[in-house]
Ligand binder design. Structure first.
Ligand code: 6PG
Length: 252
């Protein structure tokens, strides 16, 4: 499902209301709301809105477990860090307790160790807290919500075109070398992303118009357009886009 908004403020308001609704539902159903945050710049204003007086009291934050869909291989105080962005816009303003924040320990020298540790941590949280309901079987953990952005090249999380991580079918968290960035990124993989109960893409700006048309209306070319591989097994997928990003969509 795709929803188009005249501006980012309207998009964020809808997204924040949806976040509240899903948090409420998850906390009622299993006492916890597990969410994997998106990095990059688009979600920044949404996180600020969630921490604002309009929304801050609508959620039982102590019941929210925050994860990250991906991270850069940098320390948590680095300007590139997705954790740092969320910390400044969401965690600090809301005084979120450390025990509710599950960040990639990306200051660790070896990216593969960061990814393996993160994978273990995710399994521990989901298994210990009985979040892994019977019907999930021994599938990947099922996040209540995964927020995703999309790059102008069609990547999502740190699943970049023609990179190794696109083909990962077992691990839920990996280190992924990205040739064009000449750097290694850290990312959740499609198996765990697609096992989420809810996935929401946040896409805004004219620079995303061409790629959004290609991803949503073009040929299925998942190696070239990784965002096309986001297809929840049983969950719901929602695209929240602004008019500028939707400008080239034929079917709207
Ligand atoms: C990251 C993100 C990445 C991001 C897209 C879009 O670590 O950069 O997780 O997948 O969502 O690159 O970024 P913008 O929102 O800045 O356009």
């Amino acid at each position: 499902m795709i929803k188009i908004f005249p501006n980012i403020a309207d998009l964020n308001n809808f997204a924040a209301e949806k976040f509240v609704e899903l948090a409420d539902q998850a906390i009622k159903e299993h006492g916890q709301f597990t969410v994997a945050l998106a990095g990059g710049s688009t979600p920044k204003s949404l996180y600020q809105l969630l921490a604002s007086k309009t929304f801050r009291d609508k959620i039982e934050w102590s019941r929210v477990s925050f994860f990250f869909g991906d991270e850069r291989h940098v320390p948590p105080d680095d300007p590139q860090s997705n954790f740092r962005m969320a910390n400044e816009t969401l965690f600090q303003p809301l005084k979120i307790l450390k025990k509710n924040i599950f960040r990639w320990i990306a200051e660790e020298k070896f990216a593969e160790i960061v990814a393996d540790d993160y994978e273990l941590w995710i399994w521990k949280v989901f298994t210990d807290k009985e979040l892994h309901t019977e019907e999930d079987g021994d599938d990947e953990p099922s996040f209540d919500l995964i927020l995703l952005g999309m790059g102008a090249d069609g990547h999502t999380a740190s699943l970049f075109p023609f990179t190794e991580a696109l083909r990962e079918t077992d691990k839920i968290a990996v280190a992924n070398y990205v040739e064009k960035l000449q750097t290694t990124r850290l990312t959740l993989t499609f198996p765990v992303i697609n096992n989420a109960a809810n996935i929401i893409f946040l896409v805004a700006g004219a620079d995303k118009a061409a790629i959004l048309h290609e991803v949503l209306e073009g040929e299925f070319e998942p190696e070239k357009l990784p965002s096309q591989s986001v297809k929840p097994n049983n969950g719901k997928l929602l695209w929240l886009v602004d008019d500028k990003a939707a400008a080239l969509l034929q079917d709207k």
